[in-house]
Design a binder for this molecule. Sequence first.
Ligand code: ACO
Length: 402
Amino acid sequence: ALEISKLRRDTGLVTLDEGFVNTASTRSAITYLNGEEGILRYRGYPIEKLAEQCDFIETAFLLIYGELPTRDQAEKFRSGIREHTMIHEDMKRFYDGFPTHSHPMAILSCVVGSMSAFYQDSIDPNDPYQVEISIYRMMAKLPTIAAYSYKKSLGQPFMYPNNSLNYCENFLHLMFATPTREYLVDPDFAEALNLLLIVHADHEQNCSTSTVRMVGSSNANVFASISSGINALWGPLHGGANEACVRMLERIANDGGNVRKYVDMAKDKNSDFRLMGFGHRVYKNRDPRATIIKASCDKLLGKLNLDDPLFEVAQQLEEVALKDEYFIEKKLYPNVDFYSGVIYRALGIPVQMFTVLFALGRLPGWLAHWKEMHDNPATRINRPRQIYTGSPERPFVAMNRR
Ligand code: ACO
């Protein structure tokens, strides 16, 4: 409900829209999303076409710079990214200070935040050259920083990036190779990862992207803004949903696989249990990203033929919930995170890394929005108003009378 309150004459009308359900925070030319019809386009191109024809780096270029790259532009972008894949050796010492079982998202946001300290020659938001370098640095170093957070949890040595591999292959190498064992990247794994990164690359004014714009609107640098976006992404109602989804599937599998019991529990208003990976704030018909990666998920599971009860539970849950009146009436369909969690599991990515993978995918969107916001001369610092609901003025009570 939209509540309108008349504040003092000098501030005019203030609208209250809890959760920004009907309030646009900005104009943007990056992503078009129609939740009723299940349409998603980056810079005018349907997500289905990009997923079919592009790789993640071309998609990132499109989002950030507004046009699909020519062959030369794509090559320049790729080689620029390759140039920056290593992180400063001193940054690695950060990892020593984290407790072994730290959540990788906690590490990711801290280490990305520290980039403002390590790369001081690219933190001036008003210098286009520095901004450009910071975009390359972010794209190049995030996979390295992300994979090191996983290596830290295993106590394994960090691998140097392998620049003869493509973006997704290199990430899998950083995650799974060791100094004593080469990791031969399965092309189907790299392809599935590439697809997942593309479908996650932008989603207009979601919580983390709005956070990046909000922080950036104060003229904070790219690294500081992206680090804030990573923290916003972590919550289970946003990027943390894929992890929460697989943990829920594990719980159901360990509880005998009784899917119906959990569907009923999600419908019970006295329980705070929700089916993770179902429902979406904007898509009230179908999530087009879910359709794309469901196909990839089915293909991968078919190829791998893994003996994992969790995949069976996922399939049953999808079937039961899609036929259930409650889910039909409330238009709660599996969202992208339902299938992405299952694919990550099939790829052997540990569950605590799922949201980190989401961050890798969303990075170009964050960068594109930071840049769009910053390049727009009409941008003002984001500063929402509030409707005050506290006490009216009251007399101060001295300590000895409280
Ligand atoms: N399971 C059971 N009931 C649900 C679910 C669910 N997953 N999602 C929504 N509902 C119900 C709510 O209880 C509510 O019922 P009511 O009308 O009787 O009160 C109704 O559907 C509407 O739900 P809201 O929470 O008001 O919808 P909102 O748009 O605020 O929330 C959200 C969307 C957060 C995604 C929600 O559907 C949810 O919690 N889903 C599970 C978490 C999840 O999968 N998040 C990932 C989102 S995708 C992404 O971030 C990439």
